[in-house]
Ligand binder design. Structure first.
Ligand code: SF4
Length: 186
């Protein structure tokens, strides 16, 4: 693919706190928040979605966030789980350290260890990521990152010599994006 050099500032650069808002990029389940909070979240998400949809580098941004870097945040009209859904449709995965600088840093209280997350997951297997995060006093993204790391470790143990798949085309990524309910939001 061709990476375009942007000569104007993308909308997200002006309000990074919106795109890093955990409620936006890792939304809780509908039942975990009140009707008013859900309404506010929907409005916030629609606004960010409109900004991304009008962004001149939206396609490049989406491709890189799906295929190249498992970046944290609301990116190119997608949540983290949207991008994971696209990767699953494409049969790809991003191999990168779960402690990548692209991930969202935890605010306060020091880091949560991988072992702590896995212990709580084992103790409360039916909890949502949101509930586990509340138990540990960390972000939902942190929980998801550690659970993803555990899945990757399991996969690597079961097939250590698996070759990385060929990179998907931009069109293939866009086709999967079009299947997302969130691609219709505006
Ligand atoms: S498409 Fe990407 S670069 Fe453009 S506003 Fe959205 S997150 Fe920012």
């Amino acid at each position: 693919m061709t990476i375009r050099i942007l000569t104007t500032t993308p909308p997200c650069a002006s309000v990074p706190e919106v795109y890093q808002d955990e409620l936006l990029h890792s939304p809780p389940a509908r039942g975990d928040i009140s009707a008013a909070e859900w309404e506010s979240l929907s409005a916030k998400r629609a606004a960010a979605h409109r900004q991304c949809a009008g962004c001149p580098i939206m396609v490049d941004c989406l491709y890189r966030a799906v295929v190249e870097v498992d970046v944290s945040g609301f990116v190119a009209c997608t949540t983290e789980s949207d991008r994971q859904f696209i990767r699953e449709q494409l049969g790809i995965e991003i191999r990168q350290s779960s402690t990548t600088p692209y991930g969202t840093a935890r605010v306060g209280g020091g880091p949560v260890s991988h072992e702590s997350v896995m212990t709580v997951r084992q103790a409360y297997p039916k909890d949502t990521c949101h509930q586990l995060a509340e138990r540990l006093g960390c972000s939902t993204s942190t929980i998801k990152r550690h659970l993803r790391k555990a899945r990757e470790q399991k996969r690597e143990e079961s097939s250590p010599d698996t070759l990385l798949p060929t990179l998907p085309t931009v069109d293939a990524v866009l086709d999967c994006f079009d299947e997302l309910a969130s691609s219709q939001v505006a």
